[in-house]
Design a protein around this ligand. Structure first.
Ligand code: AKG
Ligand code: FE2
Length: 354
């Protein structure tokens, strides 16, 4: 993908945002009134959520109800995982057919998910992905694969997955009310969900490991699924940036004290809502060179993916006067095509396919 075509695709995203006024930062929403259950509080949260999804597509949530111990356990299991020798991590590789497991430094190029031929170098990160699935998984759901002697990681990730699946359920309920649907509208779409815990390690950049021209920690992209729930680390500058209303990049970080998750919407949600809500471009930039040799960063993303065979077609309350803008698509087919695009050396999609 040439620099010009990257710019063109990001410009299109910027144009979509022109209707919204510039916002100084991403909005923050407390889930407390929703979790308390009173109708009035739920409605208020849903209205804030709708506005944030229409104008920004990125939201900080606080009072989310996920126990701190569960987050801390997953965090320390993640640090321990990335300290394993490369052979142990590589024992469970991410492949074209298994979109989970371990992906080594440079193994993914997120920019490639926006177009068909990204020629920039792979992203400066390694990743560990686990998909536990729902309590009633599809028959073809692959059981999670683990490296040897990983009981601690397995327990910590399992607990995190459970807690985040619960949070995802709450967020889908907020989405449903925000779209004028019955609160449990998304429940049947998630009976066989494929939510993924993705731990990401962006190592410190010590010479000779310095970025190649154009190489960044996570290249500009939009997420593919419905909702992403991010837990951010990183006490150093050089982190997540989100495209704001007028196309500028906004730095997004969280502090330990605020105990927030950062939520963003993915392409399927934008499509489902007929672009009422945004799947916002974002990236992770490199740390400034003065601190690059020590500035390691970890984040844990939780990608909420609905049932693979669920059809995504314009939600009735989003059709408006113009009607549906997109053809219905199966969620799984969409996700797998995106995954294949980003795997280095596995560009098995047809050229010319959109
Ligand atoms: O690490 C982060 O802060 C964001 C990662 C991300 O956007 C992704 O993996 O899709
Ligand atoms: Fe992302």
């Amino acid at each position: 993908m040439s620099a010009a075509s990257v710019e063109a695709s990001l410009t299109a995203e910027r144009q979509k945002r022109q209707h919204a006024g510039p916002l100084p930062n991403i909005p923050a929403i407390s889930l407390k009134p929703f979790r308390e259950g009173a109708e009035e509080g739920k409605k208020r949260v849903a209205a804030e959520w709708d506005r944030a999804c229409r104008e920004v597509g990125f939201i900080k949530i606080v009072d989310h109800g996920v126990p701190k111990e569960v987050i801390d356990m997953c965090w320390s299991a993640t640090e321990a995982f990335f300290e394993r020798p490369l052979e142990e991590k590589s024992a469970v590789p991410m492949t074209a057919n298994y979109p989970y497991g371990y992906s080594a430094m440079g193994g993914e190029n997120l920019l490639a998910s926006l177009d068909k031929a990204a020629e920039t170098p792979g992203d400066l990160k390694e990743m560990w992905n686990v998909c536990f699935g729902s309590d009633t998984p599809a028959a073809d759901h692959p059981p999670p694969r683990w490296p040897a002697e990983s009981e601690r990681e397995q327990l910590a990730y399992r607990a995190y997955d459970r807690a985040l699946a619960g949070l995802a359920d709450t967020l889908y309920r907020v989405c449903a009310l925000a779209l004028g649907l019955e609160e449990d509208w998304f429940v049947p779409k998630n009976t066989q969900h494929r939510n993924v815990v993705r731990a990401i390690h962006y190592p410190a950049l010590k010479p000779p490991a310095v970025p190649k021209p154009g190489q960044v920690r996570a290249s500009a992209h939009t997420d593919y699924g419905s909702l992403t729930i991010l837990r951010l680390g990183g006490e150093f500058p050089g982190g997540l940036q989100v495209m704001g209303a007028t196309g500028e990049w906004i730095d997004v970080s969280t502090t330990a004290e605020e105990d927030a998750f950062v939520i963003n919407l993915g392409d399927l949600m934008a499509r489902w809502t007929n672009d009422r809500w945004m799947s916002t471009p974002h990236q992770v930039i490199n740390p400034p060179s003065e601190v690059a040799a020590v500035a390691r960063r970890i984040s844990i993303a939780y990608f909420c993916n609905i049932n693979m065979d669920a059809m995504v077609e314009c939600i009735p309350s989003c059709a408006g006067e113009q009607g549906s803008k997109y053809e219905p698509i199966a969620a799984g087919a969409w996700l797998m095509r995106k995954h294949e695009q980003t795997q280095k050396g596995q560009r098995c999609y047809e050229k010319g396919q959109s």
